[in-house]
Design a protein around this ligand. Structure first.
Ligand code: 5GP
Ligand code: ZN
Length: 139
């Protein structure tokens, strides 16, 4: 499986750096975003390293979407948002900041005023840990 020793998401998959893991299977890994736009903001990645959509393997993309559906359903059940966006960025002009393909699962509230540039504001670690446990229970 392709990996990149300098990639932060490859390190998360390998367990070399910690994450609030929600789910994994043979091809995909899901965890909470460390800078949540809203509570329950999660990321789903292929375990194989690919920098963006264009470089991704069709089978990995299909596996990622199946995990996105599964995890988004649990996030929806856990935080009961007013809506939920799926987002994915390719290249710096699209605000991609981690160059390992990932889908954002972003719960939304009516009037939350979130723009695409919600910024990187670190989440509270205890809140992230508690939420990850609740979402896992809903998987
Ligand atoms: P992008 O801007 O590339 O679409 O999104 C990358 C996302 O990865 C950002 O929302 C950022 O908060 C998240 N992120 C970056 N580094 C880490 C990390 O070490 N752990 C976790 N859980 N999320 C990260
Ligand atoms: Zn990677």
């Amino acid at each position: 499986m392709a990996t990149d020793a300098n990639c932060i998401f490859c390190k998360i998959v390998a367990g070399a750096i910690p994450s609030f893991k929600l789910y994994e299977d043979s091809a995909t890994f899901a965890f909470l975003d460390i800078n949540p736009g809203n509570p329950g903001h999660a990321l789903v990645i292929p375990k194989a390293h690919a920098v963006n959509l264009y470089a991704s393997d069709d089978k990995d993309l299909a596996a990622v979407m199946a995990t996105v559906r599964k995890v988004a359903t649990a996030v929806e059940k856990t935080v009961t948002p007013d809506g939920l966006n799926l987002l994915q960025a390719n290249g710096p002009g699209a605000a991609q900041s981690v160059f390992h393909f990932h889908m954002h699962i972003l719960p939304r509230r009516l009037g939350d005023e979130l723009k695409m540039n919600w910024g990187l504001k670190p989440g509270d670690k205890a809140e992230l840990a508690a939420l990850a446990e609740k979402i896992r229970a809903n998987l």
